[in-house]
Design a protein around this ligand. Structure first.
Ligand SMILES: Nc1ncnc2c1ncn2[C@@H]1O[C@H](COP(=O)(O)OP(=O)(O)OP(=O)(O)O)[C@@H](O)[C@H]1O
Ligand SMILES: [Mg+2]
Length: 242
């Protein structure tokens, strides 16, 4: 039940974003971060995990492609965050679905919907084993790009998101602007945070707005998203004003 008076809010870890979401993500919901390449999706999800892990929560990061394997290194060089230490202390667990030892892709010929079925099973058993409060999937494209029928895609997205909801884990899932996959993933999500870039004159600024949040009021403003050596933060100002 999405009852505002009883459902808890989860601190996103991004200063200024909780306020835009009227207090943070709802606990146990599936939250999509959508935007073009380089808009800050991986940083947002990593900071969300970092926030929980720092407070002693159990968190899980699901890696779905070669590109997302470098999160540990990137978070260290960008912000000095030591994800290895969090792993050693048991606050962060990585699940790399490209790891051949998991045998998720038994052969390259495996049907895409079979791959998703195995993914669901693997993730579910990892959730039951680790019992994380937060999950970050970077990103969902690799899993769904090969699904050709839109109808099938919608059903499979709901299936996968259903696993997180069932286990009451608050999740952040990134999706890039690719074909119409991002649109389909956005429909399945409980909330969508949209990241972008806005050009004014010769200047580029990062932007953020809340596309939707089921069961909650949100800010309707576009705001400046700032990334610095301290991490990501939402500023009060609009990227459209001087
Ligand atoms: N310390 C920092 N200060 C300012 N900007 C930074 C810092 N560290 C990283 N960035 C910027 O953040 C951007 C990357 O953000 P991120 O990797 O989260 O994007 P993404 O949306 O996940 O991209 P992709 O679609 O390629 O995966 C980089 O392009 C870099 O310019
Ligand atoms: Mg990324």
């Amino acid at each position: 039940m999405t009852d505002e008076s009883t459902q808890q809010r989860v601190d996103t870890g991004i200063p200024g974003l909780n306020e835009m979401l009227n207090g943070g993500f709802f606990s146990g919901t599936t939250n999509v971060v959508s935007g073009e390449s380089g808009t800050g999706k991986t940083i947002l999800g990593s900071q969300f995990l970092y926030e929980g892990a720092k407070k002693g929560e159990k968190t899980m990061c699901i890696i779905t492609s070669e590109e997302s394997k470098s999160i540990i290194r990137e978070m260290k060089t960008s912000f000095g965050w030591d994800f290895n230490e969090l792993v050693e202390k048991g606050f962060l667990t990585f699940v790399d679905i490209t790891d051949p030892s998991l045998r998720l892709q038994k052969s390259v010929e495996i049907a895409p919907s079979e791959l998703i079925k195995s993914f669901k099973k693997l993730v579910e058993s990892k959730i039951e084993e680790i019992k994380p409060t937060r999950i970050f999937i970077d990103s969902i494209e690799a899993l769904f790009l090969a699904i050709e029928s839109n109808y099938k895609l919608r059903t499979l997205i709901d299936d996968v998101f259903g696993v997180f909801r069932k286990h009451n884990v608050t999740s952040v899932i990134t999706v890039g602007a690719m074909y119409n996959l991002d649109t389909m993933v956005e429909y399945g999500a409980d909330s969508v945070v949209k990241l972008g870039r806005i050009r004014t004159g010769n200047n580029l600024q990062r932007s953020v707005y809340i596309m939707k949040m089921r069961g909650s009021a949100t800010s309707n403003e576009v705001r400046v998203l700032n990334i610095s050596d301290n991490g990501m933060a939402v500023l009060k100002q609009s990227p459209y004003l001087e």
